[in-house]
Each structure stands twice: as C-alpha cells, then as structure tokens.
Design a protein around this ligand. Structure first.
Ligand code: ATP
Ligand code: MG
Length: 341
C-alpha cells in the first residue's frame, strides 16, 4: 500500500486571498510531508461562472493565463514545495475531462439541483442564466479528485457539500459496476474554515465577489482594504459601545491578533476603543504575518521559467496516475478497448 492521497484545487478567477490561504492552503502545506499530494489550478472550473470586473470567467478570459501563473506563484510563496507535491493545471490532464463525461452519465440531476453551493453561486455572483457547466461543477470536481483517487480533500467549509458529493459519486460508481475503483473521500477543514469578506461577517470572502485581501496585495492596499471593512453600524462615535461579533475587523483580530482578541473584544464592548485605531492595529498584525509570503512572491515573480517547469513536471506525474485510473474506469464500465475486435 502506498501513501494516502490528498487532492485539492483553486480557481484562477482572481488572486489567492486570505480565505483560500487560511481555509485551504495552510492545510495543504501541512499535509505535503506525509501524503501524496496533487494540487491543481482549476482553469476549467473558472469557466463555470461568467466573470466580470477583475474576475475571470467564461465572458472574461483575457486575464486567465496571468491568473493561473499568479496562483502558482502564490502557492509556492505560501509554502507549497514542488519537491514534495505535484502542482499542475487542471486542463493539462485531459483524462479528467473524460472522467467528467463518464461521471455525468451516473450523476443524478437531483443531486446537482439540490446542491447548496450551486444556489449560493447563482445568487452571490448574480448569474441570470446558469450554464450546464455550472450545474455540473461538482461532477467535474469529483473527476478532479477521483482521477487521482483522492482519500482526503482539504478545502474550506463552502466546498464540503461538493466533497460529500464526490464521495457519493465514487461509491455509486463502485456499486454500479461491482469494482472498488474509488476510495471513500473525506473532507479536511482548517481551524478557520470560513473567512468572511470585507463586506460583512455573513459574506464569504471570494475571488469572484471582489471582497478580498489578496496575498499579492501591497501593505498599502491592505491598509486601505481594512479601512473599508464592514464594522458595527451602530457604533458611530469612538466611545460608543460596539458589537464585535458582527464586525469583520474583529473577526480578523481573532485570526491575526489572537492573543489580544479578548482585550480587543472587551475594549470594543466598553466603548474604550475606536474603529480607526482598531483597524490600524489589525493592519499592522496582518501585514507582519503576510510579509514573508509577499517577499517570496517577489522573488518568484522574477523567475517565471521556474514556474513553467514546476507546472509541466506536475502535469506529467498527474497524467500518469489519471491514465491508470481511466483504464480501470473504462474496464469497469465495459467500454471497448482499441483493438478488441
Ligand atoms: P470564486 O469566487 O472564484 O469561487 P473562491 O474565493 O471561492 O473563488 P475557490 O477557488 O473557489 O476560491 O476555492 C479555493 C479553496 O479556498 C477552496 O478549498 C475553498 O473552500 C477555499 N475558500 C474559498 N473561500 C474561502 C473562505 N472565505 N474561507 C475559507 N475557505 C475558503
Ligand atoms: Mg469558490
């Protein structure tokens, strides 16, 4: 028995942000020492939504290649080591598209229509006419994960329902064709599985919503974005008592200034802390924590050839594994092999 496999991806719709970092990537970095890891930039998934503004999507593909490269830079700067894990681009492994097609034959439409993430996406990205591809997002995700027979999938809370569907689809395949081709896939969450957006604690930070702080933002941009964060709307004057639980700034103090979070809470609730100072303190803590990643990013940006080599090597390794899986899948489904007749 080889090591267990870990698989996960990110959409190149925008820059990698704090939600992606805290909800997923920190787990990836931790897992790469002990598991066979496959991390992919899901360019096909980026095309399931229309995009617009700075967000890449099927109506806005001009920046797609740049975004793919930037995400690769983000990942390595944040600690992924290409010597320990395979990093590649989803569309460079065409076996995944074939598996998606075969899975689409056995994905009950009801599973897709009931998928809460589908409804959320249609609502939050204000998609007027959702595509066939968007409805099938989880089927493509299942193909991504199961082409490499992923045992564990480290993702944020918003993706949990998709991973459950991957597990169910794999098990449905195994039982329909009487072969144990796919493992029982499990989700792995981090201690911060849902990071809020700049615009409210009930909003998810998302690339496509533009409510994010990117790892690639400068310190100055970070300061400006923190100034724009949603705070308690009834705390108007500096010494008004505040309600930290509804405040995005407090949510981030709880992450980047954890040891002092209870002091921040107490001072805010007692009216002893103004929002301007509270935001400045957060900006200093956040910029301090992000500084090493940003420095590494700058180094990598100056060396694009290295990124190309890493992505090519990753695709080669991934394709081998996916090709083996697809042979098993075609056999289980009794599809004729070339030269059979
Ligand atoms: P998009 O808006 O284009 O869908 P996104 O910000 O949701 O972008 P994805 O590429 O869809 O990012 O997700 C990449 C990974 O980051 C997934 O594991 C997802 O669960 C996780 N993730 C995304 N947003 C958050 C968040 N706000 N908090 C925690 N995890 C998140
Ligand atoms: Mg998303």
């Amino acid at each position: 028995m080889g090591r267990k496999r870990v698989t996960s991806g990110m959409r190149p719709t925008g820059g990698m942000h704090l939600g992606n970092l805290l909800g997923a990537l920190e787990n990836w970095v931790r897992l790469q020492d002990d598991y066979d890891c496959f991390f992919f930039i899901v360019d096909w998934h980026a095309l399931t939504t229309p995009g617009g503004g700075t967000a890449v999507g099927y109506e806005n593909v001009g920046d797609l290649r740049n975004r793919v490269r930037e995400i690769a830079v983000d990942w390595i700067a944040a600690g992924l080591d290409p010597g320990k894990c395979s990093i590649f681009i989803q569309s460079h492994v065409p076996e995944v598209a074939e598996l998606h097609l075969l899975f689409s034959m056995i994905t009950p439409l009801g599973w897709l229509e009931r998928n809460p993430a589908y409804r959320d996406m249609v609502q939050s990205y204000r998609i007027e006419s959702p595509s066939y591809g968007l409805l099938g997002y989880p089927t493509l995700q299942a193909a991504d994960i199961l082409a490499y027979k992923g045992d564990y999938v480290p993702v944020g809370k918003d993706q949990e329902a998709h991973v459950n569907m991957t597990r169910d689809l794999g098990q449905r395949f195994n039982s329909l064709y009487g072969k144990k081709v796919f493992p029982i896939t499990e989700t792995l969450l981090t201690p911060v599985p849902r990071v809020p957006g700049l615009d409210g604690v009930d909003r998810k930070m998302s690339k496509s919503s533009g409510n994010y702080i990117a790892v690639s933002d400068s310190s100055e941009e970070t300061v400006a974005k923190i100034r724009s964060m949603y705070t308690d709307p009834v705390k108007i004057r500096k010494d008004d008592p505040g309600h930290p639980d509804g405040c995005v700034v407090f949510a981030f103090h709880n992450i980047y200034n954890k040891p002092e979070a209870s002091i921040v809470r107490g001072e805010c609730e007692n009216g002893g802390r103004g929002c301007v100072a509270c935001k400045a303190q957060l900006a200093a803590a956040m910029n301090g924590a992000l500084m090493p990643i940003r420095e590494k990013r700058r180094e990598l940006e100056g060396n694009p050839a290295v990124i190309g080599e890493i992505l090519s090597a990753g695709a080669l390794k991934a394709e081998k594994i996916a090709a083996e899986t697809l042979r098993e899948v075609r056999d289980a489904m009794n599809l004729p092999r070339r030269g059979d007749f």
